[in-house]
Design a protein around this ligand. Structure first.
Ligand SMILES: O=P(O)(O)OC[C@H]1O[C@H](OP(=O)(O)OP(=O)(O)O)[C@H](O)[C@@H]1O
Ligand code: HPA
Length: 184
């Protein structure tokens, strides 16, 4: 029997197997770039929490982890354009090589904001890793250094990504049935 979340799904875009394989590749690429450099993995909450957990374990670098929580979607499927910091980082990042870990690069508002924010705080370098890239929706000129999958212009959920805070615990990436958004 389908779970209550699966009943809301219209289709699967990226399977668990595809995620696992690609994240192993991303981990390997990061290892080659950062071995010996003690980078700081900086996860962007909430969406990146699942990807971050798998990525750091796929990349056996000597490194530490930090998190910032920001939001801009306010229960909608389009960005409000205003990025709020809900919980800031807890350590000095000046002189550090940052690996920003995102679940999705969509309009670019969040990563454009965070790049400026961390450069102002004195990061030595910033590398952006995003699990998903949705270039069709971009309004800010920001690109990722490493991308897991490029996705079409559809609102996606699962593997950390939400709609109205739900569906983050689906273990793959999918698209919801249109009626789930009815009334938005
Ligand atoms: O490129 P953008 O259009 O800025 O979209 C990407 C951001 O949107 C989502 O976060 P959201 O604001 O929904 O907060 P959440 O991570 O807590 O779900 C996602 O996790 C990214 O951080
Ligand atoms: O397609 C998306 N799904 C979930 N959260 C998001 N934040 C930006 N784009 C998306």
């Amino acid at each position: 029997m389908k779970s209550e979340m699966e009943q809301d799904l219209f289709k699967v875009l990226v399977t668990e197997e595809q995620l696992k394989r690609r994240i192993a590749e991303l981990g390997g690429a990061l290892y080659e770039r950062f071995a010996g450099k003690n980078p700081l993995f900086l996860g962007v909450l909430k969406g990146s929490f699942v990807f971050m957990a798998d990525l750091v374990r796929a990349c056996q670098l000597k490194s530490d982890v930090e998190f910032i929580a920001v939001s801009s979607y306010e229960n909608a499927t389009v960005s409000s354009g205003r990025v709020h910091i809900n919980h800031d980082i807890q350590q000095d990042i000046s002189g550090r090589h940052l690996i920003i870990v995102e679940d999705i690069l969509d309009s670019g508002n969040t990563l454009a904001f965070l790049k400026d924010y961390f450069l102002t705080k004195g990061a030595a370098s910033i590398t952006i890793v995003t699990l998903l890239d949705k270039p069709a929706r971009r309004t800010k000129a920001v690109t990722a250094d490493l991308v897991g999958f490029t996705v079409p212009d559809e609102f996606v959920v699962g593997y950390g990504l939400d709609y109205a805070q739900a569906y983050r615990n689906i273990p793959y990436i999918g698209v919801l049935k249109p009626e789930v958004y009815a009334g938005q």
